[in-house]
Design a binder for this molecule. Sequence first.
Ligand code: ATP
Length: 640
Amino acid sequence: MAVSGDGPIAGSSAYADDEVGACGATGDDDVTMRFFPCYHVVESMRLGMEPKLAAKDAISQSRENSLVLLELFLPSIRRACTPELATDGHFSNCCIEPDESPPLPHAQFDGGATAAALSCSLTLDRVGEVLLFLNSDGLSWKSLEPLENVQVYRFIVHGFQQSKTLPSLRLLAAYTFGHNDLQTCQLWVDQINASLALEQWRPKNLLVFVHPKSGKGNGCKIWDTVAPIFSHAKVKTKVIVTQRSGHAYDMMASIGNEELASYDGVIAVGGDGFFNEILNGFLSSRHKAPYPPTPSGFLPSDTCHDSFCVHDPNETVIGTSSQNIEQSPLLPSPIHDGSGAPLITDEDPEFPFPIEHFRFGIIPAGSTDAIVMCTTGARDPITSTFHIVLGKRVSLDVAQVVRWKTTSTSKVEPFVRYAASFAGYGFYGDVITESEKYRWMGPKRYDYAGTRVFLKHRSYEAEVAYIEVKPEGKSIPERGSLSGRKRPFWSPNKSDQAICRVNCKVCSSTAPCSYPGETKWSISKGKFLSIGAAVISNRNERAPDGLVADAHLSDGFMHLILIKDCSHALYLWHLTQLAKKGGNPFDFKFVEHHKTTAFTFTSSGNESVWNLDGELFQAHQLSAQVFRGLVSLFASGPEI
Ligand SMILES: Nc1ncnc2c1ncn2[C@@H]1O[C@H](COP(=O)(O)OP(=O)(O)OP(=O)(O)O)[C@@H](O)[C@H]1O
């Protein structure tokens, strides 16, 4: 007798070794003992909780997110009730009194409005006999008897555990339950799958781009590690391994909306630069928006700025010159001029912005993975996969950067790019330019290039104009200087800083990002060592608080960091503050920090190189604005 279903699960290196035990024989040749592959991913399982407490906690969770299967981590209860998780992730040492909850002889089925409640005694690998509960509070078990060496039918529940040391980190877990009655196992598998079917927010079909050369060249290996989790979670994937730079952009720009909408999202297996490429491919042909506001006099008076302003859906935008194409593999124009092969047609349904159901995911494999760090709190492929397969969602601000002039002598010609994390000039542009020469070094090239650029200590003459943002409830004060130092109109004290994390109140607030009628431009002119615009905090291993500790994922603001020319020693001091947890990188006279919604930049030199999400971008004159929560990511914010 074989169990119908998806067939037994093959062992996977990503799982603990008790995930798939050997199929036992019953001694009866007619009976094939097989696992019931439940392919069920739960966020966690409650471990041996007292029912009363478990129910109480489950109620509060249900109110919050009405999950059927819950993520409950209650260390104190776990400690009190044992069983503790051993360091290898297996259960051990259960001390719950067996007679506290006598085992039920048969599965009890109680059909309810949502998922049916179920409880019965089963065996759990390496633990013994347990009483397993499935009801609207989730899945939980209590240990009853130590394991006896009996052969049983089994099914596996796949899940994730929260790391004890790093709250954002998720580890894989798999629990093998058994029962000597086949029907009972089947009932459990069916019921758990039925409860999963209620979780509509989980993705079912994803488009995956893998950058094979990303970071240390591990893109494919990393995908191979996480791919089994997608199949266990019953998420279909169409995988495209890129052949060249610009491949993912071209595919994202040319795929029809109807086809794209058949996916629940797009996953990038790579670094920030690769995600940027996918994001640009997606937005270039779909995001129709006015260009950023600019102060008067920014563009030459004979430039018809308005004619560039609104990307009418029916408008034909002429592609930029071959010069641009040479500089970037990315195609510049949103809608092709007829000579190419535009696939976005009038009949194609549009993507409504901001986009919510359709989400982007990043499985980190790059040299720089700041977006993953800021959105999941970890730089870990398994943790990213956890957020993807469970269908988490967080909104992300995106900066639209419009280059008006490439060099001082080129003609005015708008060229749009988007950045999800950072746009930087001066030091940041130089590091990216320098690091390109040492690509063979892998991720270490950034340290090497950074040191070289730091030693050169170059500064650049430029003018930056930015929209002032007033603190909530206050009017914009008259411009002035305090203690001889130019202070930003908005720059919070350390104690006022609200760090962006899971369920961030700042990101979910509906407070406006701009105040109609109060748009006021400020200008900063001079020699800059660097100019940085951070859309998110950009936390990474070298800057534990990020470039801007209190930047948010979706508050609708950018943080403009202007580093004026200063001595080498002072600049080093600033950089060491950036590298320090709890440092004060902005507490210097030569540093300006402005929270803004838009800025413009004009170089006084001939060559100006920017760094957009880690990618090179030559621009003599540009304007930028941020779109609040323009896209959604499979993530929930860091648990810090
Ligand atoms: N198959 C490929 N071969 C070469 N380059 C590629 C390929 N696929 C994508 N790319 C390009 O590589 C760039 C960098 O990708 P990614 O961010 O994953 O790597 P990285 O190691 O973090 O590098 P960087 O620090 O430059 O971002 C992308 O912008 C993309 O244009």
